[in-house]
Design a protein around this ligand. Structure first.
Ligand code: MLT
Length: 325
């Protein structure tokens, strides 16, 4: 028994020494950044932008891996299981917090199994519909959806995703129930919205605002109290007197739990430099998204934001009685 304990302790110490030694010359090979939603969505666009910016800072290639499904939990589990050496990272948003309330058998814990590197972005959301949706403005839209909700199909990126949370808040605020159609990301959902296969979506701005401007879909309102910079004529939903429908989406970067300090530090430094990079800021701004300040691109800020999301949103989901399994 004592021999077994000693052997296990020795294996643990040897593994730790091995990780520390490897950490000294980090990064010495390509890094994988997992985006747990499908290509073509806001998460994909943000991850690719930061992978490019951070690879310049770190001097090593960063490869984006879209492991989508189950509202980000499949890709997230992949990172939780990865070696804690800094070569497998996770870019994720609010579903890191909400999936704990949504999935009974989640194979990871969002706090216990990850090291936060820092926050990356904050972005607004908006209500969009297929181009021939039968309402010409927000006033008509409100009247139409209140009268026809069960017949209206609403696309989202899976139970616990940002678009699902917004949909839930919207249904609560309007006291209606749409016919929900889940996708593996808003990339494929938006494609179907443009094709007219689904009616409605509440999505982030990266793909939707350009599609509204190109007249491929229609927009009815910005979520919350503030109008969008990219669509200044679009009313904010609060202007129509709708209360309790306000959410912004923040992406952050994580490494697996136990990643050595000597690896975490250069990763945080690279993220901080990337959020301050004028080209990154300008490209995000073009998507209607804001890069956080370098002070927010730090572990403490991401840890605090995750706690805030877990405390505030999981209650909302529990109250709404939504469960994925
Ligand atoms: C995506 O990148 O597909 C989204 O962030 C999904 C969502 O949460 O709505």
């Amino acid at each position: 028994m004592i021999l077994k304990l000693l052997r296990n302790a020795l294996v643990g110490v040897t593994a730790m020494i091995g990780l520390q030694a490897m950490a000294q010359d980090f990064p010495s090979r390509p890094i994988t950044m997992v985006m747990p939603y499908a290509p073509g969505g806001p998460g994909d666009a943000i991850t690719r932008l930061f992978a490019g910016a951070m690879q310049k800072q770190l001097g090593q290639q960063i490869v984006v891996d879209n492991t989508a499904g189950a509202s980000g939990s499949i890709g997230t589990a992949k990172v939780a299981r990865a070696k804690a050496d800094g070569y497998t990272l996770l870019m994720i948003h609010v579903s890191h917090a909400t999936n704990t309330a949504m999935y009974k058998n989640l194979p990871y814990h969002p706090v216990d199994d990850f090291e936060p590197i820092g926050r990356a972005t904050i972005g607004p959301m908006l209500i969009v519909a297929r181009n021939d949706f039968p309402a010409k403005d927000l006033k008509e839209w409100l009247a139409y959806v209140k009268a026809n909700a069960p017949k209206i199909s609403l696309a989202h990126a899976g139970v616990g995703s940002a678009s699902h949370l917004c949909a839930l808040m919207m249904m609560n605020a309007l006291n209606v129930k749409f016919n929900e159609i889940p996708y593996k990301g808003t990339g494929p959902a938006l494609t179907d919205l443009m094709g007219g296969q689904v009616d409605l979506m509440c999505d982030q701005t990266s793909g939707t605002v350009p599609s509204v401007k190109a007249e491929k879909i229609k927009a009815y309102a910005a979520i919350g109290k503030t109008r969008l910079g990219g669509l200044p004529d679009l009313p904010a939903i609060a202007e129509a007197g709708v209360q309790g429908l306000d959410i912004t989406i923040s992406f952050g970067l994580y490494a697996p739990k136990g990643t050595p300090k000597a690896v975490m530090e250069p990763l945080t430094a690279a993220l901080q430099k990337s959020v301050a990079d004028p080209e990154v800021r300008q490209r995000l701004e073009a998507m209607g998204i804001t890069a956080v300040s370098p002070e927010m691109a730090r572990p403490e800020a991401l840890r605090a934001h995750l706690k805030y999301e877990m405390d505030s949103l999981n209650n909302l989901l529990l109250k709404a009685g939504v469960k994925a399994n």
